[in-house]
Design a protein around this ligand. Structure first.
Ligand code: 13P
Length: 288
């Protein structure tokens, strides 16, 4: 069932668990994530970066594929199709294409401009029945060409953006996209605590979910995080399983080169990663 992410995240915040956003890149990714969510009876958010959208030939293709898969695979758990780190123009494209949720990442603009653009997009998204995420304080590292320095968000700026009527808020707390460097300082729970105190019931979003230790994830959920984004970890699992298949020479045995066989271990590896995350985030059995 394709839905906006508003309700599922409200319930997650109230129930002290988090819903995973898993980024998709192609049919295999989408199918593996949807199948796992259904099997575990977990709500799920499919994240699409602008780069991944382009790769899949455009947001219309993505929306059509996801809607058709939900139907053909009999997916009954709540699924949100969400633009990840959207530009102003990208948000409008996804609203038109049939996404059920968008993220406007205005964190690189001066705060006044971020507020102004977010405010406008909140109106449009809500009029069309979509949920909307906004960002304050950039997430570190690189996500499909969007580069952030990883600063901690200003809690007052978070409050100003939260007050615009957005549905959930991404706030930088020292998190980084991609792999964490060996000298990473960890999440700033002090900042998270201050943000939560200012924004109250607003579900908070933790980007850069790959490689954050389980105890930090649990503490972040305790402090108000209701959505956690995972991208790199599924890519790493897919790549490792595919490498193992090829290095074992399995593509050379029988019809092992058939793409349905060649890509199967990678797809199974994505399922295992998604399952592990859903269990850690506490969203298993929460599809209602
Ligand atoms: P990772 O690359 O750390 O998995 O982060 C994903 C993310 O935050 C997508 O917005």
């Amino acid at each position: 069932m394709l839905v906006s992410a508003t309700e599922m995240l409200k319930k997650a915040k109230e129930g002290h668990y988090a819903v995973g956003q898993f980024n998709i890149n192609n049919l295999e990714w989408t199918k593996a994530i949807l199948a796992t969510a259904q099997e575990l009876q977990s709500p799920v958010i499919l994240g699409v970066s602008e780069g991944a959208g382009k790769y899949m030939t455009g947001f219309k293709t993505v929306a059509a594929m996801v809607a058709a898969m939900i139907d053909e695979m009999n997916i009954t758990v709540p699924v949100a199709l969400h633009l990840d780190h959207g530009s102003y123009e990208g948000c409008y494209k996804c609203i038109k294409a049939g996404f059920s949720s968008i993220m406007f990442d205005g964190s690189h603009y001066p705060i006044e401009e971020n507020i102004e653009k977010t405010k406008e997009l909140v109106k449009v998204a809500h009029a069309m029945g979509l949920s909307i995420e906004a960002e304050v304080g950039s997430i570190g590292g690189e996500e499909d060409g969007v580069v952030g320095m990883g600063e901690c968000a200003d809690p007052d700026e978070c409050k100003a953006i939260a007050d615009l009527g957005i549905d959930f808020l991404a706030a930088g707390i020292g998190n980084i996209h991609g792999k964490y460097p060996a000298n990473w300082q960890g999440l700033s729970f002090e900042t998270l605590d201050k943000i939560q105190a200012k924004t109250g019931v607003m579900p908070l979003v933790l980007h850069g979910g790959t490689g954050i230790p389980a105890d930090m994830i649990k503490k972040a959920i305790d402090l108000g995080v209701a959505k956690i984004n995972v991208n790199t970890e599924c890519q790493l699992s897919f790549a490792a399983a595919t490498r193992e298949y090829i290095e074992a020479g399995k593509d050379q045995q029988g019809k092992g080169f058939d793409p349905r066989k060649l890509l199967a271990p990678g797809a199974e590896a994505i399922k295992a990663t998604v399952k592990e995350k859903m269990e850690l985030f506490g969203s298993v059995g929460k599809a209602f």
